[in-house]
Design a protein around this ligand. Structure first.
Ligand code: SF4
Length: 197
């Protein structure tokens, strides 16, 4: 059983409270207009890694894990196995998952198995017209579902706080971490275009 990952990054503060491990899965079954993860949407082989192998990653000093993509629930079974192992070593971790599915869609058994490990589920497709720059979601239609009390002390920040965005260069590729408002995204891309001239 393998995870097919687009990328992972330890230490982000743009995808939930505290310092987090971000995991982006490769492959999505949705086609949201304005998706900023275009290269991670394609259902192709990317970085294959076993759940137990990924769970060996040193997460000392990390407060939680945020999983996005791509569509995490297409890899529900290996993700559940990974989270189970990671939490055995680091029981204090909080878990956030972004999904294009709605809560009512997530009824199959491996999806329910994954949900058992999640503290905050952010559901629904991205709709650019509803991207208002606030809250831990790409657009205001997306539902923030607190499945446990673990992240409730940050509920206000999660529901209506200002978002932050981090930029990383991987070789000559730019990685945008977070959910930039449309105008912020345009300005980042504009600046980069200028720099590359
Ligand atoms: S669900 Fe997420 S990754 Fe998939 S198309 Fe929509 S925004 Fe992109």
């Amino acid at each position: 059983m393998y995870l097919n990952l687009a990328h992972w990054l330890k230490g982000t503060r743009a995808l939930g409270p505290g310092k987090r491990l971000a995991i982006w899965v490769q492959g999505c079954c949705f086609d949201c207009t304005g998706c900023i993860a275009q290269s991670w949407r394609k259902r192709r082989r990317a970085k294959l890694i076993g759940p137990e192998e990924l769970a060996k990653l040193d997460l000392d000093g990390v407060d939680g894990i945020t999983i996005s993509g791509g569509e995490p629930f297409l890899q529900a079974k290996p993700l559940a196995a990974y989270l189970k192992s990671a939490k055995e070593t680091y029981p204090g971790l909080s878990v956030i998952i972004f999904t294009g599915f709605t809560r009512d869609d997530l009824t199959w058994s491996s999806a329910l198995g994954l949900i058992e490990h999640v503290d905050l589920l952010i559901t629904g497709p991205y709709i650019p017209e509803q991207n208002n720059g606030t809250g831990l979601r790409g657009s205001a239609n997306q539902e923030l579902i607190f499945l446990t009390d673990r992240l409730k002390p940050w509920a206000e920040e999660i529901v209506s706080g200002q978002r932050s965005v981090e930029l990383y260069y991987r070789g000559n590729e730019l990685l945008i971490v977070g959910m930039p408002e449309e105008k912020v995204l345009k300005s980042i891309l504009g600046e980069i275009e200028e720099l590359e001239k």
